[in-house]
Design a protein around this ligand. Sequence first.
Ligand code: GUN
Ligand code: ZN
Length: 433
Amino acid sequence: MQAYRAAIFHLLDDPARGGESAHAFHPDGLLIVDRGHVIAAGDHATLAPTLGDTPVETLPGRLITPGFIDLHIHFPQTDCIAAHGGQLLEWLETHVFPAEAAFADPAHAAEAAGFFIAELLRNGTTTALVFGSSHKTSAEALFAEALARNMRLIAGKVLMDRHAPAALTDTVESGRRDTLDLIADWAGKGRLGYAVTPRFVVTSSEAQLAMAAEVLAAHPEIWMQTHLAENTAELARVAELYPAAADYLNIFERFGLVGPRSVFAHCIHLDAPAFERMATAGAAAAFCPTSNLFLGSGLFDLKTALSEGVKVGVGTDIGAGTSFSIPHTLGEAYKVGQLRGETLDPFQAFYLATLGGARALGLEDRIGNLAPAKEADFLVLDLAATPLLARRMTAARTLADRLFALTILADDRVVERTYLAGVLHHARGAVPP
Ligand code: GUN
Ligand code: ZN
């Protein structure tokens, strides 16, 4: 058993429903952790008498929060982040497919997986829903690194059997075999999960989408992740390939791929009835603002998605996204709202990045906040990590103001420590092993 004394902030519910009572803030708080789980998080004055001889580490001026959840990210695109030129389809051809082709080499995949997981932890991301490349070895390398740290991570090998370079395409049968092997070898090991991962409907044949749906239906413990309605040229291509579909979402509906364990990245060019269908099915959307701005894809309609009842989380979408930092991503989400004439509330933003992401994955009983019995994935944030942040925080008068300034000014430097299941896995400035 170990206890940490610092300020504590977390979400207990969706602020859109719960208002002020949806979050808890303890300026002088105590977090008590035992065998990888939260025992309690609350006021120091209330909890200290329950401690007995439990050791307490005092962290003056620090803020403890739950770890962040990245609902959409591509592991093999770490090396093509910040690639100049082109919107989605051209960018995929020019930058992404060559970068992903390099993951045929298991040594490259292993080295990149170590970097990728370390970068997530440096930025305070404790759970991610991750795309591999089409190579089985890419997912294996990633799972091995996450398992070694007892990280809660969900990933899948990309399925794509058409309209991509030969070095990257699989087939219906090889995609099925690799997917089933990966589920057998990794799903449920430690805190790992598997997501069946058809890249998007452009690069998967109808037979491959049907196979993905069969695998999903046969394995209730796994997830499905894909891209949906991101870019207008993509929409035109999809309309050519599926002239009979009522809309883009309907393609996935026809295959039985829209359900409570499905996460759709982007969802930019969707109307309210489509969001309503997603909500009815229990499917989730990953809002990826840095990516959507970088590729010029468009402005996600968060307000309609939420009002229709869609579960929403945030994704960095590396490498179209431009930062591994979820707080930074929330700052960009705010700017997307500004361009739409809508204001993203700071509490709502932190909800999307923690409990909202957990709900999108159906994991709210395990992660997303610091409620008793949750897995102890938490962060120690240093809100004075840079001179500018320190100055701005001194000027801040309210918690909302502090959280908001954090999203606009933060990068990986604010994350002083990252704990996975109660164990320290990142300490700022420490020399990596
Ligand atoms: N649509 C299909 N593949 C991709 C990808 O790798 N990144 C993004 N942003 N969109 C996609
Ligand atoms: Zn993506």
